[in-house]
Design a protein around this ligand. Structure first.
Ligand SMILES: [Zn+2]
Length: 398
């Protein structure tokens, strides 16, 4: 077989519970600590001024800032963890336009048009009216591929997966992300029609293939508003494209990257929240991203020790709206990058309620010391602790 071996490549299937073996410290205290603290930060800057980095350190200083930002990027557990991203744009995608009877398009867009709008939403994203993102897409010719294949480097969207593609109960859709990671440069192979080509990744972690599959057992529609009881194709695709780009979930309920979807008569939101827009801008920044935004950093401690996976939220002091959020790293540190100018309260909470760390799969995998990368949930030899699904939520996750 031509080309160098693929190193550290993994397939991360979202919404399938990681079942890593070994123990995880966060499991022990995740629901035991009860920090509820509000700190006030003044973050004022203009495009002409670099914002100061504000640091709140209740502990012993910030020797290591976690790769933790005002959203939750996918994390690879190499030299890091580090965020995974595409190294070049435009990013190509293609769709299998076939649908089954679970997809209702009468009076609405074709699925190709709806998914195209979802890609455009990310490409044209803005933060408070400013374009801070430099990412673009190219739609290639339609494909007849039905199932995810992380070896072909073709980024496909399919509504017609074969029975070989398993959807855990309650899953609306998932994005299958393959990364190539290691000390750059690394190489990875792509095989199409039996021909293998070798490519170079010049980042610590490149996304090299991303496939999106919508659950054929779930009803979808493309109309505005959606057919009653259906999930909205465009909203669902927008969420999965966030994963496609390298974003993990957000804990902010109005963010596209919130891990739960719902069927609501008015239709799920198809637009990005600030947290989503900041996330994509961090990964794919325009030239003015750094000067137009600031950073809020700090450490959350519990009884003098850093608290891992505390949910930290910057709340606009004027409006009361949650703007960006993130999780603390294993030392309790957080760094909310890309915060728009303003005055903020910072809220630190335990990860609790309808979501837990399992809904931030990249974080779970990236910080797991025992299983780099996470066990494939299909791996029957993996006997780690299962994280239960949320029990007090009637919607579905994706
Ligand atoms: Zn998701």
């Amino acid at each position: 077989m031509a080309g160098a071996p693929v190193e550290s490549r993994k397939s991360k299937v979202e919404s399938r519970k990681p079942t890593c073996s070994g123990s995880h410290g966060w499991l022990a205290f995740n629901f035991q600590f009860s920090i509820f603290s509000i700190f006030n930060f003044q973050l004022m800057c203009s495009a002409a001024l670099l914002c100061a980095i504000l640091i709140l350190s209740l502990g012993s200083g910030l020797s290591k800032l976690g790769r933790l930002f005002g959203y939750s990027p996918e994390q690879d557990d190499v030299n890091g963890p580090v965020a995974a991203m595409w190294q070049a744009t435009p990013i190509h995608w293609r769709i299998n336009p076939s649908v089954r009877t679970n997809v209702h398009t009468t009076g609405g867009d074709t699925v190709g048009a709806a998914v195209g709008k979802a890609f455009s939403t990310w490409q044209s994203s803005q933060v408070n009216g400013q374009t801070l993102t430099n990412v673009s897409f190219t739609k290639d010719a339609n494909t007849s591929l039905t199932d995810p294949d992380f070896t072909n480097c073709l980024n496909t969207v399919s509504f017609v997966p074969s029975s070989a593609v398993a959807f855990p109960t309650g899953t609306i859709a998932f994005a299958d992300i393959a990364t190539d990671s290691g000390t750059p440069p690394t190489t990875y192979d792509c095989t199409q029609n039996g021909v293998t080509t070798t490519h170079t990744c010049n980042l610590e972690s490149c996304i090299v293939d991303a496939d999106i599959v919508l659950n054929p057992s779930v009803d979808f529609s493309t109309t505005t508003p959606p057919v009653a009881g259906d999930f909205d194709v465009q909203a669902t695709a927008t969420h999965e494209i966030g994963h496609f780009l390298g974003l993990d979930h957000s804990g902010i309920a109005n963010a596209i990257m919130y891990p739960f979807g719902d069927t609501v008569s008015a239709g799920a939101s198809r637009v990005l929240a600030i947290d989503d827009a900041v996330g994509v801008a961090f990964l794919y920044p325009s030239n003015n991203f750094a000067s137009a935004t600031g950073t809020i950093s700090g450490q959350v401690t519990l009884s003098g020790s850093g608290a891992f996976a505390a949910h930290v939220i910057a709340i606009d002091a004027a409006s009361g709206n949650a703007v960006v959020d993130g999780l603390t790293d294993t030392s309790g540190n957080y760094s909310l990058v890309g915060v728009p100018p303003g005055s903020y309260n910072v809220l630190a909470l335990p990860l609790a309620g309808i979501y837990d760390l399992s809904h931030f799969g990249g974080w779970y995998c990236g910080f797991s010391p025992n299983s780099p990368p996470c066990c494939d949930p299909a791996d029957n030899t993996c006997t780690g602790t299962q994280i239960p699904d949320p029990t007090n939520y009637t919607g579905k996750f994706f």
